[in-house]
Design a protein around this ligand. Sequence first.
Ligand code: FCB
Length: 443
Amino acid sequence: MSISLTRSDFPAGFSFGAATSAYQIEGHRFGGAGSSHWDTFAATPGNVARGENGSLACDHYHRFEEDLDLAAAMGLDMYSFSTSWARVLPEGRGTPNPEGLDFYDRLADACLARNLKPFATLYHWELPSPLADLGGWCNRDIAGWFADFTEVLMRRIGDRMHLTAPINEPWCVAWLSHFLGQHAPGLRDIRAATRAMHHVGLAHGRSIEVMRGLGMSGLGCVTNHEYAAPADASPEAAQAAQLYDGIYNRWFLGGFRNGEYPADVLQGLEPYMPVGWQDDMATVSAPVDWLGLNYYTRKLIAPGASGLWGDLAETTGDLPQTSMGWEIYPEGLYHFLTWVSENYARDLPIYVTENGMSADENVANGKVDDPDRIDYINSHLGVVQRATIEGVPVAGYFFWSLLDNFEWALGYDKRFGLIHVDFDGMARTPKASYHALRSALRR
Ligand code: FCB
């Protein structure tokens, strides 16, 4: 099976990359990293499948050269990684861990040595435990702590970053983790969630300001998006889908790009917002240079049983599903590219910063066949190409993920990689999708 489009089907300068994140691949126990709230969330029974955690993960901390060799051999233009706050600042503040700074310094150089442009995300979810003790994302001070972390790290590696985003998927940082309780810190509290929904934007803005002050460019924001369709033809389902769309898709882009939160969501959250939040909106909407969209699937939405504001029931329809139980719906990606372009981008370049699928896969005779992933890539790259032809300023596309890795609360059996990882021996085996992309990306 092959990838039906090749490099030449995309505009000149269009970039292809693959993405990973620190806690999911590095091996958090190495190199003097401090405890993070993902370590303690995972150590609490019932939170992560099979009690797994990111302590060893893919051992990328020791194997990053080999992993980058594979990324470069595939013909990628960029490599998207994240940096662990707890690795750089084990206490969250104060004295940096020199080994942590050295690691990201070597990683940046190793990317450049292979002609991979580095794309760094400062925060992909491993909050240092001492900051979690102080209330984490519920505490307004986190904006200053995050600004300080940004300064410490980017003074060291900022000169070599091609793209940088402060925070990956603010919806997951705030709503999934403080309202739905599915990710660390596992809270289910509307006041905590609301504060996190605001403080994550404030921290983003402060971080952007710090990086501007350091003279950096290529600064963006990365939001994740799910297409929300009503579960049935009732007006209640339509309203529920609209609210889901607001919380998930419109809140952060509204803040980042327009300095305004959407009224339908604000109506439910306003009673819990921190006093004086309006004064922060100029910081939340600090100018950025590009927008990044992560996209995987759609959900069918209906009102939840409680009748409480924000209670929304999620189901799936009859489209083919990945091993995550996520429906495969490329039209959703097309929708978000055009919608973001019309409503938020104002001519800024748009990147698809994550897209991909998990499947159950094994190595047989040294090979991994993943025809479903090749199909998934074909259908999603197809709509990206369609958008570029129609004039949407899409500048690049990143596969999630370079490697099979620790898929958060679902642990290690959700395999998203273009490269298979044997978590016992740590052997890397490029899958058929990797080889297909390598042919498609050849210059
Ligand atoms: C995204 C996350 C990434 C991974 C993929 C499957 O929401 O950013 O870490 O979990 O989903």
